[in-house]
Design a protein around this ligand. Structure first.
Ligand code: NAP
Length: 527
């Protein structure tokens, strides 16, 4: 971590201090590269721990180790893998206090936002532990010839999955993608974000305690372009979560090797408030959807389209509610909004706000850096009169900043919501039928009706991902586990070959086949 990413502050604000035992456990879980690097907390600049750094050659070895462990893991039954995951689920809940501390130490987020991560991995782990067998069981398909061809589709583990994850949900994102990959029989090599490796390591520690075979899940930390390329050069499949810009680099490299990849990328997510929206719930929903994790959430709302019929009741109340939000980074649940991750990120968020204000936008709430709260704390901010020439109009701010627009019809709201290169998440508030009709016209992978983002995210059985430049592939549901498999058709032929019977000329066979094909038109499709 660069020194500029932290502003030293009295370490007494960091509670509780990082225990030495935890530091040693983390260091033992990272691939043992030759160099080490110190990592500091964004809360006060104090040392969290020093970790080994890997290079490309280390990544090759990490893959070899994971591949070796995967050979026996893939041979276990679903029940055996499920037992490991269920023990992990229990350990996560049992050790949640430590996990919450670690997430807060390395991100500066509020404890409530950290708890979302713990709850999420418990939910996802339970879901895939219970459902993997159903999603991956061999499936009978219609054979070439009735009765004599038996055709089944098998989903085979890919091998070793390379994973690259960002800093904003350092516990949820590596784990919610790793658990289905593991349940499908794969090994993993993970490169977490250099700013936030500790949450994933803490979870990995619990996974090993739960019985994960040694070596199956490798973690490498180091220079991102070097390790990223090495991961893609070794992996059987790549799971990337991060910015659209880096996602395109990953996609190009994966394409060169003709390997599959899944990419969960950025968003500029709209919320539409129709004039028959339930006002109180919509206010609460707008606050949660915009300021959870201080807006550093891929599904976070950054554009708010409010129908003119409700605008003058909704917006003043929203300004009031935003003013009541408590900013803080204490290790308890007393604050709603934590800090931003780094000085660089604070600078980006501030640049979006300053640029908008310089260009004539109107500040309705917030707008200020709050070093009295934490070095990188920034107030929840509402702006209006935002125009095309401003950075925050189309660019992802990835902070607690929302632009509000007045609209006069559903059609206008839909057109504006869709006028973006992104398509990750959207939220629509209104009477059920009308809001659902608007929802299906929004070009986004998830649309929440009368909710901000949690209803779709927590629907773990349903796919989550992006339209347009927000991603390729899906996480969650059957889509989120089947992607970690290769599809194999096994067709077993009995009694006769799929060829002319002995002694029949090719011409006679063609004539018989033609009659058969004409007849088969009248048979319904049946597996
Ligand atoms: P980022 O810069 O793209 O980084 C994400 C990961 O990619 C980090 O581990 C980073 O490593 C690594 N990386 C950087 N350059 C690389 C390269 N050339 N090759 C391979 N890997 C490379 O993204 P970010 O700014 O940290 O994260 C925020 C973005 O992620 C936002 O756009 C957000 O919307 C998106 N996001 C999307 C989802 C989703 O589910 N759709 C979820 C969370 C976040 P280092 O940081 O160690 O350099």
């Amino acid at each position: 971590m660069s020194p500029s990413a932290t502003t030293p502050r009295k370490s007494s604000t960091l509670q509780p201090p990082v225990p030495q035992e935890l530091r040693e456990r983390w260091a033992g879980l990272v691939f043992p590269g030759a160099k080490t690097q110190e990592h500091f907390s964004p809360l006060d600049g104090s040392l969290i721990a020093a970790l080994p750094q890997s290079d490309a050659a280390d990544v090759d070895v990490a893959f070899a180790r994971a591949r070796s462990a995967q050979q026996s893991w893939v041979g276990l039954s679903f029940g055996q893998r499920k037992a490991v995951m269920m023990r992990f689920h229990d350990l996560v809940l049992e050790h949640q206090a430590t996990l919450l501390d670690v997430v807060q130490w390395e991100t500066g987020k509020s404890r409530a936002s950290a708890f979302d991560e713990v709850a999420d991995i418990a939910l996802t782990t339970r879901y895939y532990a219970n459902s993997a067998e159903q999603h991956l069981r061999p499936e009978k398909r219609q054979g070439a010839l009735p009765f004599v061809t038996q055709t089944r589709v098998h989903l085979q583990a890919k091998g070793v999955v390379g994973m690259i994850t960002p800093w904003n949900y350092p516990l949820t994102l590596p784990l919610s993608d790793a658990v289905p990959a593991l349940m499908a029989g794969n090994g993993i090599v993970l490169k977490p974000d250099a700013q936030t490796p500790f949450s994933a390591l803490s979870a990995l520690d619990l996974l090993y305690q739960a019985g994960l075979p040694e070596g199956l899940f490798q973690v490498v930390i180091g220079d991102a372009p070097e390790l990223g390329t090495a991961i893609i050069n070794n992996a059987n499949f790549v799971m990337f979560t991060g910015s659209t810009e880096t996602g395109k680099i990953v996609a190009e490299q994966a394409a060169r090797r003709l390997i599959g990849f899944s990419a969960e990328l950025g968003g500029k997510n709209p919320m539409i408030v129709l004039d028959d929206a339930p006002l109180e719930r919509a206010l609460e929903g707008a606050i949660t959807a915009s300021f959870s994790n201080a807006g550093q959430l891929c599904m976070s709302i950054e554009r708010l389209y409010v129908h003119e019929g409700i605008y003058d009741r909704f917006v003043p109340r929203l300004i009031d509610e935003v003013g009541k939000l408590r900013l803080g980074t204490a290790f308890d649940f007393s604050y709603e909004v934590g800090a931003l991750i780094s000085a660089e990120h604070l600078e980006k968020v501030q640049a979006h706000v300053t640029d908008a204000l310089d260009g004539g936008a109107t500040l309705l709430a917030g707008g200020k850096h709050r070093p009295d709260v934490a070095p990188f704390s920034f107030e929840p901010t509402l702006l209006t009169d935002v125009t095309e020439d401003m950075l925050l109009c189309r660019g992802e701010t990835f902070g607690p900043v929302v632009a509000i627009y007045r609209v006069s019809s559903d059609e206008e709201a839909i057109a504006l919501a869709n006028d973006t290169s992104y398509g990750l998440n959207a939220s629509v508030w209104g009477s059920k039928t009308r809001a659902e009709s608007v929802a299906v016209q929004i070009q986004a992978g998830s649309v929440n009706v009368n909710e901000g983002f949690t209803a779709s995210w927590a629907s773990t059985d349903a796919p989550m991902g992006g339209f347009k430049e927000s991603g390729v592939g899906r996480r969650h549901g059957r889509e989120g586990i089947q992607k970690y498999t290769d599809v194999q058709t096994v067709a077993t032929q009995s009694g006769m070959n799929v060829a002319p019977p002995k002694g029949m000329s090719a011409e006679a066979f063609a004539q018989a086949m033609t009659k058969g094909l004409r007849l088969m038109k009248y048979f319904p499709f049946r597996k």
